[in-house]
Write a protein that binds this ligand. Sequence first.
Ligand code: NDP
Length: 281
Amino acid sequence: MAATILDGKVLAARLRATLATRVAALHFRPGLTVVRVGDDPASGVYVRNKDRAAQEAGFIARTIHLPAATTQAELLGQIAVLNADPAVDGILVQLPLPPQIDAQAAINAVDPAKDVDGFHPINAGRLASGQPGMVPCTPRGVMHLLAESGAPTRGARAVVLGRSQIVGRPMAQLLLTADCTVTIAHSRTADLPAECARADILVAAVGRPELVRADWIKPGAVVLDVGINRLLDGRLAGDVAYAEAAERAGFITPVPGGVGPMTIACLLENTLDAALARRAA
Ligand code: NDP
């Protein structure tokens, strides 16, 4: 039987509409500032999409575009200005950064209360220790999609493919918090298909097109595909062989149109959370 498709475009639109309603009821407009350094073309598209989504939902969206030759000291100086600006609720330093800048130093410089990407070590530590904090946008979006499936998480076996700081690790922490029994697999995992085949919930975040085959999937599983891979013919593919996997999974996210749209919606959700938390503090 074919899987039910978890449509990220529809869910993200619904989440953005809910956020817009909440923002309209406030006596202020939450502010999101994106700092972009240099001219990475993919970042340009992404930053424009963020700006548009934020404005449509009633946020004050601003992009500060710095030249590619910006020094680390100049970037840190800019971040310090934003940290001190009361109109700025969320700061996002768009990655990748040019090679002369230490990305971790830039991440560490953002006030954790304004770190809407959830990458600051303080927020990563809060997540790992089960305390409230800013959660990275993509894993947060995956949790929304998982909730949409209605599949129970308590006691479910979850396998996360990938252990990056921005997706795999925080994803595993969120699933653990949701009472899943979690396995994190990576490039050194001995038998990837066998690990995956035990998963009631499978999250793929490796960046390898169609790595996950249908026979790796437990029949009826929820398959959440974070991967975005550009193929030689220009098409986008996920980390899961979608057509065959959809014949076996219970629920599946497409690429594009699955996890991707949720990331920006969750950035707005994080910005609203940050704005409310700062004003309540
Ligand atoms: P990274 O490259 O930082 O991490 C990839 C992870 O996958 C690593 O842990 C790596 O293992 C593991 N891995 C790589 N190859 C294999 C393999 N053959 N078998 C098993 N594990 C493997 O990537 P990200 O986490 O940043 O991103 C992952 C994917 O998600 C990419 O396609 C990216 O474009 C996409 N993405 C999508 C977003 C969205 O909004 N939908 C947002 C962010 C990312 P090891 O640690 O051992 O090297």
